[in-house]
Design a binder for this molecule. Structure first.
Ligand code: NZQ
Ligand code: ZN
Length: 389
């Protein structure tokens, strides 16, 4: 196991009866709040009323930034920075899914820079300071409520790029599984696929020295498979929503990749697809992952894929290891299909002629290769896209 430092300073307030503590958590950091949210789900579900009442009752001044899109746009962050400066705000409260939280992170990091927020995303500006952020999570998927990452889309340049900074790690996050009861089936399934993908990006490596972390990963994957199906079919099953919500935070908060070096592969390939046609992130990951694993299957990787088959899906050993590995990949595909995720890129609007340009852009944005489970160059990425079509 390699050396590592593990530190996650986000306070988690988990469960049904925590939200009343919101004002006291905010007041530790500020008193003039920008409340950021998406396209209106929080108004339909009543979360908006609950939160604004708590702020008003405690006399906390707030302004709103509504309308963060799924695949959050850089323009929304520009608007947020403007409101903060005009109103002299000192705290950001993100109420929503990963898109709302990611947009809030970019706002927090850009307020003290006199430059276009996009420059932060493309690493042309480095934040030295950020406004504190708190989150109220409404969708289990990205883990953004407990990590340092943010993924932003620029529709003009057709780029979707992730950036990170310890400065934007949320100070606190409220995780009430009941707030996710209303997540539509499509986003419930996409969220489960996203959690699983974060786990698998860390798990699938040929460096097996982090035995403990890999067993954590298998536990998270089993949790997603068991409760993903239940939440998909019974949206208000508390146990399912609670287990998914907690798995969501642990899949990407740094635990699973401690002690191993692991560059991600499927996320970069998916982000490029999302940038091209606004594809739902988790769907893209679920479509690509089986084809990626099959592409990676070789003498060096076969044992790890067999571990996955045995320990996650309970498959029995076979004489031919490759047959077992292929069965494991089939099982993964079957699971994604069982929760209503389309099987191929064609179903979500891609055509074969789109793919070479997307593969080229993916590799260009990642310094010539994706050095993950196996190293992928442009032709490998294109092959995986084509196999997913
Ligand atoms: O916008 P509203 O009206 O709120 O509706 C949202 C949106 O339409 C809806 N929704 C959220 N909570 C709901 C709800 N509908 C009903 N009831 C609720 N309780 O769900 C839709 C999707 O929301 P979004 O925030 O876009 O989803 P998600 O959490 O999956 O975030 C996706 C974004 O996060 C990025 C993705 O690339 C994508 O841009 N990622 C961020 C990461 C990070 N920060 O660490 C890592 C991930 O790998 C990922 O790349
Ligand atoms: Zn993801």
């Amino acid at each position: 196991m390699q050396d590592f430092i593990y530190e996650v300073g986000t306070k988690i307030l988990f469960g049904k009866n925590q939200i009343d503590k919101l004002p006291e958590e905010i007041l530790k950091y500020g008193s003039r709040v920008l409340m950021v949210y998406g396209g209106g789900s929080i108004k339909r579900t009543g979360i908006y009323d609950t939160v604004t009442k708590l702020l008003k009752d405690r006399g906390i001044y707030f302004k709103e930034l509504a309308g963060v899109d799924p695949n959050p746009r850089v323009e929304t962050a520009v608007e947020g920075v403007k409101i903060i400066k005009e109103e002299n705000l000192d705290f950001i409260l993100a109420v929503g899914g990963g898109s709302t939280i990611d947009c809030s992170k970019l706002i927090a990091a850009s307020v003290f820079l006199d430059t276009d927020p996009w420059k932060v995303v493309i690493r042309e500006a480095t934040p030295k300071k950020a406004l504190p952020i708190g989150t109220i999570l409404t969708l289990s998927a990205t883990g953004s409520e407990m990590d340092q990452a943010s993924v932003i889309t620029n529709m003009t340049t057709k780029q979707k790029i992730g950036w990170r900074s310890p400065l934007v790690l949320p100070k606190f996050s409220f995780l009430n599984p009941e707030f996710t009861y209303t997540v539509p089936k499509k986003h419930t399934a996409a969220g489960v696929a996203d959690i699983m993908s974060h786990t698998m990006e860390n798990y699938f490596s040929v460096d097996d020295s982090a035995y403990l972390q890999d067993r954590f990963s298998e536990g998270l994957l089993k949790t997603c498979i068991k409760y993903g199906e239940i939440a998909y079919n019974e949206p208000d099953n508390y146990e399912a929503r609670a287990n998914l919500m907690w798995a969501n935070s642990w899949a990407i908060n740094g635990l699973l990749n401690t002690g191993k070096t692991q560059e991600w592969s499927v996320h970069p390939m998916e982000h490029e697809l999302s940038a091209h046609n606004d594809l739902t992130h988790g769907w893209g990951l679920a479509i690509l992952t089986p084809a990626w694993l099959r592409h990676c299957l070789n003498d060096e990787t076969v044992d790890k894929i067999c571990d996955f088959g045995r320990n996650v899906f309970g498959l029995a050993d076979e004489e031919d290891k490759r047959a077992l590995a292929n069965k494991a990949i089939d099982k993964l595909r079957e699971f994604f299909t069982s929760i209503g995720i389309p099987e191929n890129l064609r179903e979500v609007g891609f055509k074969e002629e789109d793919l070479p340009e997307i593969a080229k852009a993916c590799i260009k944005n990642h310094k010539g290769a994706l050095k993950g489970f196996v190293t992928l160059e442009e032709e490998d990425v294109l092959e995986i896209y084509k196999a997913s079509l």
